[in-house]
Write a protein that binds this ligand. Structure first.
Ligand SMILES: Cc1cc2nc3c(=O)[nH]c(=O)nc-3n(C[C@H](O)[C@H](O)[C@H](O)COP(=O)(O)OP(=O)(O)OC[C@H]3O[C@@H](n4cnc5c(N)ncnc54)[C@H](O)[C@@H]3O)c2cc1C
Length: 263
């Protein structure tokens, strides 16, 4: 770990000003960034913690029924405070890592990091959520741009994520027991105007929508609608935890389980 300055502003405006400095980086719960610094894989000159910004914390139901979650809200708080307004998302948050990770890690940090095996990217893309930053609003379909890559620009911070609430939704996670990340996770959300299916942990391109499954389920919302549909393993992740073919197969299995949970 290198030396760095530390700032803990209490407003979004002050955080944005601090992040305008050279080599400054936002710090959420530090669950990814601090180990990265310890391994000397990053060396920001200033860390700007967003954990003291009250306007970036909490779960709130908006007038249009959508659920807005502050970017600095911890996974534990989402698990508890979204349980009645968006139960499937709360259940996803409650399955992240372990209690220590859930009490520090934040939704903004997870979504900004876009780890290919993280849970929130599937929930955000599967819900068709909107990522709200200090400068703009970005649709989930435009936000995730490949492994560890997002539409965020330098110094831009996620202030909240806004979720439309589906009629039914389910996150099915096949746990990688050593890391507790998803070996494969599928988030399925059923809205009045259609079904969205997003998979994490599986693809070398990061989180993705399984459009063939969405089309089939829009015609007939039954597990049988998925018969004969297969994910091409070519772009899947293959490692010591699971081959490309295994992960491709797991996407189908988890999607079927999500359909059953929503039926
Ligand atoms: C043992 C372990 C197990 C885990 N298991 C899971 C799991 O099962 N599922 C899962 O999804 N995740 C898992 N995680 C990841 C964890 O949930 C955190 O969400 C994730 O590490 C990032 O969130 P953070 O708040 O800690 O961000 P940080 O580590 O503080 O930051 C990560 C990145 O996001 C940026 N950032 C932080 N906040 C913002 C913001 N508001 N706006 C813009 N950029 C920001 C930082 O600059 C940095 O680049 C695990 C982590 C550990 C250590």
């Amino acid at each position: 770990m290198y030396n760095f300055d530390f700032e803990k502003p209490s407003t979004i405006a002050d955080a944005v000003a601090a992040l305008a400095g050279e080599d400054a980086q936002a710090l959420g719960g530090g669950q990814t960034l601090i180990p990265t610094l310890k391994q000397r894989l990053a060396a920001p000159s200033t860390l700007v913690s967003v954990s003291g910004i009250a306007e970036m914390k909490g779960v709130c139901v908006e007038d249009d029924g959508s659920v807005a979650i502050g970017g600095a809200t911890t996974h534990a708080d989402v698990a508890a405070d979204a349980a009645s307004s968006y139960p499937a998302l709360a259940a996803l948050a409650g399955q992240i890592g372990d209690p220590a990770v859930r009490n520090r890690g934040t939704i903004g940090g997870s979504v900004a990091n876009n780890d290919p095996a993280a849970c929130y990217p599937a929930g955000v893309l599967g819900s068709g959520a909107t990522i709200v930053t200090n400068t703009r609003q970005i649709a989930a379909d435009d936000f995730f741009q490949g492994m560890f890559t997002t539409a965020l620009e330098e110094g831009e911070i996620i202030t909240s994520v806004r979720f439309p609430v589906p009629q039914a939704a389910s996150y099915q996670k096949f746990l990688q027991p050593a890391s507790r990340f998803a070996l494969v996770g599928v988030y399925l959300a059923r809205f009045a105007d259609g079904v969205r299916v997003a998979a994490t942990g599986a693809s070398e391109d990061g989180v993705f929508r399984w459009s063939e499954a969405e089309e089939a389920l829009n015609k007939e919302f039954r597990t049988d609608a998925l018969l004969g549909l297969h994910i091409n393993p070519m772009n899947m992740i293959g490692d010591l935890h699971g081959s490309k073919e295994y992960r491709a197969h797991l996407v189908s299995v988890m999607t079927k389980r999500a359909v059953e949970a929503c039926s």
